[in-house]
Design a protein around this ligand. Sequence first.
Ligand code: SAM
Length: 297
Amino acid sequence: MNRQRSEKAVTLMEHISRGEKLLESRGLDPGEAAAVFAEASGITPALIHLEGKSYPARKTLSSYYRLIRARRARMPLQYASGRAFFFGLEFRVTEDTLIPRPETEILAEKALEHLNLTGGGRVLELGSGCGNIAIALAVNSDAELIAVEKSPSALETARVNAASHGVSGRVRFLEGDMLELSNVLSGEVQGSFDLLISNPPYVSEAEYGELEEEVRKEPPGALLAGSDGLRYIKPVLEAAPSLVKPGGAVFLETSCFHREPVMEHVSRIEGISSPAYLKDYSGKDRVFTCRIAETYS
Ligand SMILES: C[S@@+](CC[C@H](N)C(=O)[O-])C[C@H]1O[C@@H](n2cnc3c(N)ncnc32)[C@H](O)[C@@H]1O
């Protein structure tokens, strides 16, 4: 932090207050200004108040007002800064990757618990985006992962993220369609995975129209899933018994409104046992999980 008085002698707190007004005038939460300053300066929001009377460096200010302008244009802060956090790890994100969500951490956490109980193994992830789930699992376990993603530019970002977390040797990213896995996994032994994990697109067309402007800046292909939001979930569940070993596990993020149709759908799939829903931190049914029956092969 530059403690010299700048030409205009405007303190950090005064810049925060300007940011608050700029955000508020666009109908945004003024409280975001401190988070934007924290992103621009690298200091924590708690320290901002302690440093309130200091004079920020010109470089920090130019970054701060660039991010404020981006937020006024309803650009998510993570796209403007190029980074997001998931499972305590930093990931590069671009406008071609979904921004990792806090509610998805429960999906990774439950899968990780399973991996650590069963001693790791082979994991298949479908729809990897910036690689956050696969990389979080690789960093926190000994698992070997294959992650499938349709978007070539998201894959490029995921590979950069895997390299920066030092797990490129254990996460293999494959370009392809999760609805045509026999083509994508042609060189792999299907039925050899210990765990299948996915946060597939699951927003229905009707819900998409209601989303905030920021969310509609994310790739529609990462969100949209047909008229009922189940376009990917149903076929992935149908494929699970032929992808995962008997006794292996499936963890799938869904909308909290999908519990009933998903439970109904899996009741008709041979080879699925112990279907259940796990709640996210706000108490919503979020993660579908099941085992592949021991007798299934
Ligand atoms: C909801 S995002 C999940 C991203 C990331 N795994 C996460 O949890 O934050 C879904 C991802 O699936 C990818 N996707 C969409 N359709 C696909 C398909 N048919 N095959 C493979 N990936 C697909 C999207 O590009 C997107 O990256």
